[in-house]
Write a protein that binds this ligand. Sequence first.
Ligand SMILES: [Zn+2]
Length: 408
Amino acid sequence: MAGYRDTLNLPNTNFPMKADLVKREPERLRWWRERGLYRKLRAARSGRQVWLLHDGPPYSNAHLHLGTAANKIWKDAAVRSASARGLDSPYVPGWDNHGMPIETEVGKQLRSEGVDADRLTLRRRCREYATRWVGIQREEFERLGVWGEWENPFLTMAPGFEAEILSSFGALAARGFIERRLRSIHWCPTDRTALALAEIEYQDDPAHSIIVRFPLLRDPGGALARHAGLEALAWTTTPWTLPANLGLMADPDATYAVVRVADRRFLLAEARLAAVADTAGWKEHEIEARTKGATLVGAVFEGPWGNESPIVDGTPYVSLKDGTGLVHLAPGHGREDFEVGRRAGLPVSCPVDAAGRFLPGTEPFVGRSVLEVDPDITRWLEGRGRILTAGKIVHSYPHCWRCRGPVI
Ligand SMILES: [Zn+2]
């Protein structure tokens, strides 16, 4: 008896019903390779308008993950569609062979082998490591069906590539575009490396929120000197940056008030007075004088470590929405502080080593990690009568994308 199949009008095709990709994909790749299809395509498009995709290369340090695979497949689609549109679109894949991930991994291997490697050995081992992963990733990319110049990729560790970078840098230097100066950067004390902005992740952290008292040393302008015992108030959530304090930022257009509280006198922005009075628990206070921020510039106060801390124009970084309207300025700790400090001609102090430990000049905290010293600095300053209020808040703080630890 005939089956149902014979009663139906099905199309005839030799397209296999079963996908069987595990078997069929390698066959297809081999079919492409044996016929040299990529080379034929290059030859066929030779002389046409060039459409070149500059590949942002992956790190040669691990098996492909889904992100790298997806990224490469989309690039392949873009390059192939350019070829389909009649353009000459070769694809030159590349690898980034440098960076911390490789160094960290090789460092681990060397330690497990008990090898105390010198720099040359470390570099040689990193090069071997990177080379091995270039080979593995190349196979994995080809397995994804990506067409390109796999025999001739660009490698950032290739001597020719490095020479090209040096020669470009030399050309820039010769034309006067390069100069050596200090710059403020994010630094991971755990990995002991600088971090790019793209390598920073913000996270809400508990923090010490303190208002610090800066006694007046002298006021060349003369407006403040008649207020005996005057202290400027500055707010910070990073007490560990106070040893590097070299100034106070004011908003030149804001109104600042000299406020008498019992027998003490404080300087702060009038717009912040109510909030500060509330935090400090002032029952009664009286404004003795008002002045524009601009007239304060040049007045010199005593910083927490006994240094001179002059008021400078902090435009546009002085907020009247929080703090006291006077901002603790540490040009060695932070991009904005650095910029304002340089504009005001202040020196730069960064009394912290590569591992985030205090250097001499920060007594009694020399050798301590800046990441755990905030409570002790707060207590120490309290003991010296330099704290108006101390509390805890949660603030958004930058972290290292690699080790998740806080950065400085
Ligand atoms: Zn880190």
